[in-house]
Each structure stands twice: as structure tokens, then as C-alpha cells.
Design a protein around this ligand. Structure first.
Ligand SMILES: [Zn+2]
Length: 76
């Protein structure tokens, strides 16, 4: 008689550091996170970092653009 050995995998959530165990992938759809919440937190973290990196460095020229009042008609 062959006894089926159920292997339990363990993981440590990168977000909250909580260790959790699961039997198979279907049981842990949020791997390597312990929960969907932690996965979303991590995702948000990445997105925020991406936003920060992609945030355009605005040259100060923006503030130095001369007003185009010379050509425009004066507005009262
Ligand atoms: Zn977690």
C-alpha cells in the first residue's frame, strides 16, 4: 500500500513577514504572499515606486517662461 505523502510547502510573506503553508498552488493563489491583501499592498508599493521613478523632472524653465502679453491683446 502506497501512502501518499502530502507535501506542505511553506512560504514567508514578503509584505508582512508572516509564514504560511500550503499544499499546492491552487491553495495559495497569492503566493508568495500570504493573502490577497498583502499582494495588493506589495503591488501598490511597486506602483508607487514606479510613479516616483517616472515622475518627470520638471526643469525650472517652466517658471521662467515669459508671459506672452506682448502679442496678446490686453484683457481688461
Ligand atoms: Zn502577508
Amino acid at each position: 500500500m502506497i501512502r501518499r505523502h502530502v507535501t506542505m510547502h511553506t512560504g514567508e510573506c514578503p509584505t508582512c513577514g508572516e509564514s504560511f503553508s500550503y499544499r499546492d498552488r491552487e491553495e495559495a493563489p497569492n503566493r508568495p504572499f500570504c493573502s490577497r491583501r498583502c499582494r495588493e499592498i506589495d503591488l501598490g508599493k511597486w506602483l508607487n515606486e514606479e510613479y516616483r521613478v517616472c515622475d518627470p523632472v520638471r526643469p525650472n524653465d517652466d517658471h521662467l517662461v515669459p508671459p506672452e502679453t506682448d502679442d496678446a491683446e490686453p484683457v481688461e
